[in-house]
Design a protein around this ligand. Sequence first.
Ligand code: AMP
Ligand code: MG
Length: 321
Amino acid sequence: MAAIHPISDSAARHHAAALLRSGELVAFPTETVYGLGADATDESAVARIFEVKERPRFNPLISHVPSIEAAFALGQADARAETIAEVFWPGPLTLVLKRNATCPIAWLTSAGLDSIALRVPGAALARDLLIEVGRPIAAPSANRSGRISPTTADHVALELGDRIPMILDGGPCDVGLESTVLDLSGTTARLLRPGGISRSEIEALIGPVALAQAGETISGPGMLASHYAPDAPLRLNATACQPGEAFLDFGATLSGTAAQDLSPSGNLMEAAANLFALLRALDRPAVRRIAVAPIHLNGDPESGLAAAINDRLRRAAAPRG
Ligand code: AMP
Ligand code: MG
Protein backbone atom coordinates (compact mmCIF):
# COMPACT_ATOMS: atom_id res chain seq x y z
CA MET A 1 0.00 0.00 0.00
CA ALA A 2 1.07 3.57 -0.63
CA ALA A 3 2.74 5.35 2.26
CA ILE A 4 0.79 8.51 3.16
CA HIS A 5 2.81 11.43 4.50
CA PRO A 6 2.00 15.10 5.01
CA ILE A 7 3.28 17.28 2.17
CA SER A 8 4.24 19.82 4.85
CA ASP A 9 6.93 17.36 6.05
CA SER A 10 10.15 18.30 4.23
CA ALA A 11 11.61 14.80 4.63
CA ALA A 12 8.49 13.38 2.95
CA ARG A 13 8.81 15.86 0.07
CA HIS A 14 12.47 14.96 -0.25
CA HIS A 15 11.59 11.26 -0.48
CA ALA A 16 8.75 11.95 -2.92
CA ALA A 17 11.10 13.97 -5.13
CA ALA A 18 13.60 11.11 -5.19
CA LEU A 19 10.84 8.65 -6.16
CA LEU A 20 9.66 10.95 -8.96
CA ARG A 21 13.18 11.42 -10.28
CA SER A 22 13.64 7.65 -10.40
CA GLY A 23 10.54 7.22 -12.58
CA GLU A 24 8.03 6.27 -9.84
CA LEU A 25 4.55 7.77 -9.46
CA VAL A 26 3.62 9.95 -6.47
CA ALA A 27 0.18 11.47 -5.79
CA PHE A 28 0.26 15.01 -4.45
CA PRO A 29 -2.23 17.75 -3.60
CA THR A 30 -2.66 20.96 -5.58
CA GLU A 31 -5.29 23.63 -5.01
CA THR A 32 -7.47 22.06 -7.75
CA VAL A 33 -7.48 18.30 -7.12
CA TYR A 34 -4.95 15.60 -6.16
CA GLY A 35 -2.64 14.80 -9.07
CA LEU A 36 -1.00 11.52 -10.04
CA GLY A 37 2.51 12.77 -10.71
CA ALA A 38 5.28 11.42 -12.91
CA ASP A 39 8.46 12.89 -14.40
CA ALA A 40 7.04 14.57 -17.54
CA THR A 41 10.35 14.05 -19.37
CA ASP A 42 10.35 10.26 -18.85
CA GLU A 43 8.26 8.40 -21.48
CA SER A 44 8.12 5.23 -19.34
CA ALA A 45 7.06 7.03 -16.18
CA VAL A 46 4.27 8.75 -18.12
CA ALA A 47 3.22 5.41 -19.66
CA ARG A 48 2.81 4.14 -16.11
CA ILE A 49 0.28 6.95 -15.41
CA PHE A 50 -1.98 5.55 -18.13
CA GLU A 51 -1.51 2.01 -16.87
CA VAL A 52 -2.24 2.89 -13.24
CA LYS A 53 -5.30 5.01 -14.14
CA GLU A 54 -6.51 2.36 -16.63
CA ARG A 55 -7.13 5.17 -19.08
CA PRO A 56 -8.47 3.79 -22.36
CA ARG A 57 -6.87 6.57 -24.40
CA PHE A 58 -3.81 8.77 -24.48
CA ASN A 59 -4.88 12.35 -23.89
CA PRO A 60 -2.29 15.06 -23.37
CA LEU A 61 -1.35 15.73 -19.75
CA ILE A 62 -0.62 18.96 -17.94
CA SER A 63 3.01 19.48 -16.88
CA HIS A 64 3.39 21.20 -13.52
CA VAL A 65 6.29 23.56 -12.89
CA PRO A 66 7.23 25.77 -9.92
CA SER A 67 7.52 29.13 -11.67
CA ILE A 68 6.70 31.21 -14.72
CA GLU A 69 10.36 31.07 -15.73
CA ALA A 70 10.34 27.27 -15.60
CA ALA A 71 7.17 27.22 -17.73
CA PHE A 72 8.50 29.58 -20.37
CA ALA A 73 11.73 27.61 -20.63
CA LEU A 74 9.57 24.76 -21.98
CA GLY A 75 6.91 26.51 -24.07
CA GLN A 76 6.91 29.52 -26.39
CA ALA A 77 5.39 32.49 -24.62
CA ASP A 78 4.14 35.54 -26.47
CA ALA A 79 2.80 38.78 -24.97
CA ARG A 80 -0.62 37.17 -24.31
CA ALA A 81 0.94 34.29 -22.40
CA GLU A 82 3.12 36.65 -20.38
CA THR A 83 0.12 38.76 -19.40
CA ILE A 84 -1.98 35.75 -18.41
CA ALA A 85 0.87 34.15 -16.47
CA GLU A 86 1.63 37.37 -14.63
CA VAL A 87 -1.98 37.63 -13.42
CA PHE A 88 -3.08 34.02 -12.90
CA TRP A 89 0.06 32.08 -11.97
CA PRO A 90 0.49 30.51 -9.53
CA GLY A 91 -3.11 29.33 -9.80
CA PRO A 92 -5.79 27.11 -11.36
CA LEU A 93 -5.09 28.01 -14.99
CA THR A 94 -3.36 25.85 -17.60
CA LEU A 95 -1.74 27.34 -20.70
CA VAL A 96 -1.27 25.35 -23.88
CA LEU A 97 1.80 26.67 -25.74
CA LYS A 98 3.98 25.52 -28.63
CA ARG A 99 6.87 23.48 -27.31
CA ASN A 100 10.34 25.01 -27.54
CA ALA A 101 12.81 23.30 -29.85
CA THR A 102 14.78 22.05 -26.86
CA CYS A 103 11.74 21.14 -24.71
CA PRO A 104 12.49 17.83 -22.93
CA ILE A 105 8.84 16.93 -22.26
CA ALA A 106 8.10 13.36 -23.37
CA TRP A 107 5.97 12.84 -26.49
CA LEU A 108 3.56 10.69 -24.50
CA THR A 109 2.97 13.62 -22.11
CA SER A 110 1.71 15.76 -25.01
CA ALA A 111 0.11 12.76 -26.79
CA GLY A 112 2.41 13.39 -29.74
CA LEU A 113 1.42 17.05 -30.15
CA ASP A 114 3.78 19.94 -30.81
CA SER A 115 2.00 21.87 -28.07
CA ILE A 116 2.35 21.34 -24.32
CA ALA A 117 0.08 22.18 -21.41
CA LEU A 118 1.70 23.98 -18.47
CA ARG A 119 0.58 25.06 -15.03
CA VAL A 120 2.17 26.67 -12.00
CA PRO A 121 -0.01 25.38 -9.14
CA GLY A 122 -1.21 27.80 -6.50
CA ALA A 123 -0.51 25.42 -3.63
CA ALA A 124 2.86 26.55 -2.22
CA LEU A 125 3.83 23.10 -0.92
CA ALA A 126 3.19 21.59 -4.35
CA ARG A 127 5.59 24.19 -5.78
CA ASP A 128 8.14 23.27 -3.10
CA LEU A 129 7.89 19.66 -4.25
CA LEU A 130 8.34 20.73 -7.89
CA ILE A 131 11.41 22.79 -6.99
CA GLU A 132 12.89 19.79 -5.23
CA VAL A 133 12.21 17.46 -8.17
CA GLY A 134 13.77 19.92 -10.60
CA ARG A 135 11.81 18.53 -13.54
CA PRO A 136 8.31 19.20 -14.91
CA ILE A 137 5.77 16.81 -13.40
CA ALA A 138 2.93 15.45 -15.53
CA ALA A 139 -0.14 14.98 -13.38
CA PRO A 140 -3.71 14.14 -14.32
CA SER A 141 -6.22 13.66 -11.51
CA ALA A 142 -5.27 10.83 -9.15
CA ASN A 143 -8.25 8.58 -9.77
CA ARG A 144 -8.96 5.52 -11.89
CA SER A 145 -10.43 6.30 -15.28
CA GLY A 146 -14.12 7.19 -15.16
CA ARG A 147 -14.18 8.04 -11.44
CA ILE A 148 -14.45 11.46 -9.90
CA SER A 149 -11.35 13.52 -9.19
CA PRO A 150 -10.02 13.08 -5.64
CA THR A 151 -9.89 16.06 -3.29
CA THR A 152 -8.49 14.28 -0.22
CA ALA A 153 -5.60 11.87 0.35
CA ASP A 154 -8.09 9.23 1.50
CA HIS A 155 -9.88 9.39 -1.86
CA VAL A 156 -6.54 8.83 -3.57
CA ALA A 157 -5.72 5.90 -1.29
CA LEU A 158 -9.05 4.26 -2.11
CA GLU A 159 -8.51 4.73 -5.84
CA LEU A 160 -4.82 4.05 -6.27
CA GLY A 161 -3.35 3.07 -2.89
CA ASP A 162 -2.53 -0.44 -4.09
CA ARG A 163 -0.74 0.82 -7.22
CA ILE A 164 1.64 3.61 -6.23
CA PRO A 165 4.35 3.88 -3.57
CA MET A 166 3.48 7.23 -2.03
CA ILE A 167 0.69 9.75 -1.46
CA LEU A 168 1.42 13.21 -0.11
CA ASP A 169 -1.40 14.52 2.09
CA GLY A 170 -2.28 18.21 2.09
CA GLY A 171 -5.80 17.94 3.47
CA PRO A 172 -8.85 18.81 1.34
CA CYS A 173 -8.17 20.79 -1.87
CA ASP A 174 -9.24 24.46 -1.81
CA VAL A 175 -10.72 24.67 -5.31
CA GLY A 176 -11.85 21.08 -5.85
CA LEU A 177 -12.31 21.71 -9.59
CA GLU A 178 -9.94 21.13 -12.48
CA SER A 179 -8.01 24.07 -13.91
CA THR A 180 -9.24 26.32 -16.71
CA VAL A 181 -7.37 25.32 -19.91
CA LEU A 182 -6.48 28.17 -22.30
CA ASP A 183 -4.85 27.39 -25.65
CA LEU A 184 -2.41 30.08 -26.79
CA SER A 185 -0.48 27.85 -29.21
CA GLY A 186 -2.11 29.54 -32.22
CA THR A 187 -3.09 33.08 -33.19
CA THR A 188 -6.63 32.68 -31.85
CA ALA A 189 -6.86 32.18 -28.09
CA ARG A 190 -9.21 29.30 -27.30
CA LEU A 191 -10.81 28.08 -24.12
CA LEU A 192 -10.39 24.29 -24.13
CA ARG A 193 -11.85 23.65 -20.70
CA PRO A 194 -13.88 25.98 -18.52
CA GLY A 195 -12.84 26.21 -14.89
CA GLY A 196 -12.65 28.52 -11.93
CA ILE A 197 -11.05 31.34 -13.95
CA SER A 198 -13.71 32.59 -16.34
CA ARG A 199 -13.56 33.42 -20.03
CA SER A 200 -14.50 37.05 -19.32
CA GLU A 201 -11.65 37.46 -16.82
CA ILE A 202 -9.28 36.25 -19.51
CA GLU A 203 -10.85 38.38 -22.26
CA ALA A 204 -10.50 41.48 -20.09
CA LEU A 205 -6.73 40.95 -20.36
CA ILE A 206 -6.05 39.61 -23.86
CA GLY A 207 -9.20 40.28 -25.90
CA PRO A 208 -11.53 37.76 -27.55
CA VAL A 209 -11.19 34.10 -26.58
CA ALA A 210 -12.88 31.52 -28.80
CA LEU A 211 -14.66 28.54 -27.35
CA ALA A 212 -13.32 25.19 -28.54
CA GLN A 213 -15.66 23.59 -31.08
CA ALA A 214 -17.70 20.66 -29.85
CA GLY A 215 -15.52 17.59 -30.21
CA GLU A 216 -12.38 19.70 -30.25
CA THR A 217 -11.65 19.44 -26.56
CA ILE A 218 -9.47 16.54 -25.72
CA SER A 219 -12.16 15.01 -23.55
CA GLY A 220 -14.53 14.85 -26.52
CA PRO A 221 -14.40 11.90 -28.87
CA GLY A 222 -13.36 13.91 -31.94
CA MET A 223 -10.16 15.38 -30.55
CA LEU A 224 -9.60 17.23 -33.83
CA ALA A 225 -7.00 19.91 -33.17
CA SER A 226 -5.78 18.08 -30.11
CA HIS A 227 -5.23 14.81 -31.92
CA TYR A 228 -1.82 13.96 -33.28
CA ALA A 229 -1.64 11.93 -36.48
CA PRO A 230 1.36 11.38 -38.75
CA ASP A 231 1.18 12.78 -42.30
CA ALA A 232 1.68 9.31 -43.74
CA PRO A 233 -1.43 7.11 -43.70
CA LEU A 234 -1.46 4.08 -41.40
CA ARG A 235 -2.31 0.47 -42.18
CA LEU A 236 -3.19 -1.43 -39.01
CA ASN A 237 -2.83 -5.10 -38.05
CA ALA A 238 -0.21 -5.59 -40.74
CA THR A 239 1.65 -8.88 -40.85
CA ALA A 240 4.00 -8.00 -43.71
CA CYS A 241 5.52 -4.90 -45.24
CA GLN A 242 4.44 -3.73 -48.70
CA PRO A 243 6.53 -1.62 -51.13
CA GLY A 244 6.87 2.00 -49.98
CA GLU A 245 5.78 1.18 -46.46
CA ALA A 246 7.70 1.61 -43.24
CA PHE A 247 6.92 -1.07 -40.69
CA LEU A 248 6.15 -0.38 -37.06
CA ASP A 249 6.46 -3.72 -35.34
CA PHE A 250 5.39 -5.00 -31.94
CA GLY A 251 6.85 -8.15 -30.43
CA ALA A 252 9.36 -8.69 -33.28
CA THR A 253 6.88 -10.32 -35.67
CA LEU A 254 9.14 -9.37 -38.60
CA SER A 255 12.31 -10.48 -36.87
CA GLY A 256 15.45 -10.02 -38.89
CA THR A 257 14.24 -6.90 -40.72
CA ALA A 258 15.24 -3.32 -40.09
CA ALA A 259 11.72 -2.48 -38.87
CA GLN A 260 11.25 -0.18 -35.91
CA ASP A 261 9.72 -2.07 -33.00
CA LEU A 262 7.48 -0.55 -30.31
CA SER A 263 8.63 -3.33 -28.00
CA PRO A 264 10.58 -6.34 -29.29
CA SER A 265 9.59 -8.30 -26.17
CA GLY A 266 5.90 -7.40 -26.54
CA ASN A 267 5.81 -5.22 -23.42
CA LEU A 268 2.90 -2.74 -23.60
CA MET A 269 4.43 -0.22 -21.17
CA GLU A 270 7.48 -0.04 -23.40
CA ALA A 271 5.27 0.20 -26.49
CA ALA A 272 3.29 3.10 -25.00
CA ALA A 273 6.52 4.88 -24.07
CA ASN A 274 7.83 4.52 -27.65
CA LEU A 275 4.58 5.09 -29.56
CA PHE A 276 4.70 8.80 -30.44
CA ALA A 277 8.45 9.06 -30.86
CA LEU A 278 8.50 6.11 -33.29
CA LEU A 279 5.49 7.35 -35.26
CA ARG A 280 7.31 10.66 -35.63
CA ALA A 281 10.54 8.92 -36.65
CA LEU A 282 8.77 6.89 -39.37
CA ASP A 283 6.70 9.81 -40.67
CA ARG A 284 9.09 10.94 -43.43
CA PRO A 285 8.27 12.17 -46.97
CA ALA A 286 9.83 9.04 -48.49
CA VAL A 287 7.43 6.82 -46.54
CA ARG A 288 4.21 6.18 -48.48
CA ARG A 289 2.44 4.50 -45.59
CA ILE A 290 3.19 3.20 -42.11
CA ALA A 291 2.20 -0.43 -41.59
CA VAL A 292 1.65 -1.31 -37.94
CA ALA A 293 1.75 -4.82 -36.50
CA PRO A 294 -1.15 -5.98 -34.29
CA ILE A 295 -0.91 -4.60 -30.76
CA HIS A 296 -2.33 -6.88 -28.10
CA LEU A 297 -1.90 -8.42 -24.66
CA ASN A 298 -1.94 -12.22 -25.04
CA GLY A 299 -4.05 -11.81 -28.18
CA ASP A 300 -6.46 -9.25 -26.68
CA PRO A 301 -6.24 -5.85 -28.43
CA GLU A 302 -8.43 -4.15 -25.78
CA SER A 303 -6.62 -5.28 -22.65
CA GLY A 304 -4.69 -2.81 -20.48
CA LEU A 305 -2.48 -0.35 -22.36
CA ALA A 306 -3.22 -2.14 -25.65
CA ALA A 307 -6.62 -0.41 -25.61
CA ALA A 308 -5.10 3.07 -25.41
CA ILE A 309 -2.46 2.32 -28.04
CA ASN A 310 -5.06 0.87 -30.45
CA ASP A 311 -7.40 3.79 -29.80
CA ARG A 312 -4.70 6.22 -30.89
CA LEU A 313 -3.67 4.11 -33.89
CA ARG A 314 -7.29 3.83 -35.07
CA ARG A 315 -7.70 7.61 -34.81
CA ALA A 316 -4.48 8.16 -36.73
CA ALA A 317 -5.55 5.63 -39.38
CA ALA A 318 -9.05 7.10 -39.85
CA PRO A 319 -9.65 8.89 -43.17
CA ARG A 320 -8.99 12.62 -42.89
CA GLY A 321 -11.06 15.28 -44.51
P1 AMP B 1 -6.30 16.55 -16.92
O1 AMP B 1 -6.53 15.10 -17.27
O2 AMP B 1 -7.25 17.06 -15.90
O3 AMP B 1 -4.88 16.81 -16.56
O4 AMP B 1 -6.68 17.34 -18.23
C1 AMP B 1 -5.75 17.79 -19.14
C2 AMP B 1 -6.45 18.80 -20.01
O5 AMP B 1 -5.46 19.58 -20.64
C3 AMP B 1 -7.30 18.21 -21.10
O6 AMP B 1 -8.62 18.55 -20.88
C4 AMP B 1 -6.83 18.85 -22.39
O7 AMP B 1 -7.88 19.64 -22.93
C5 AMP B 1 -5.75 19.80 -22.01
N1 AMP B 1 -4.51 19.67 -22.76
C6 AMP B 1 -3.33 19.24 -22.28
N2 AMP B 1 -2.37 19.32 -23.22
C7 AMP B 1 -2.93 19.80 -24.31
C8 AMP B 1 -2.45 20.11 -25.63
N3 AMP B 1 -1.16 19.96 -25.96
N4 AMP B 1 -3.32 20.56 -26.52
C9 AMP B 1 -4.60 20.74 -26.17
N5 AMP B 1 -5.12 20.48 -24.97
C10 AMP B 1 -4.30 20.02 -24.04
MG1 MG C 1 -9.61 13.51 -14.24
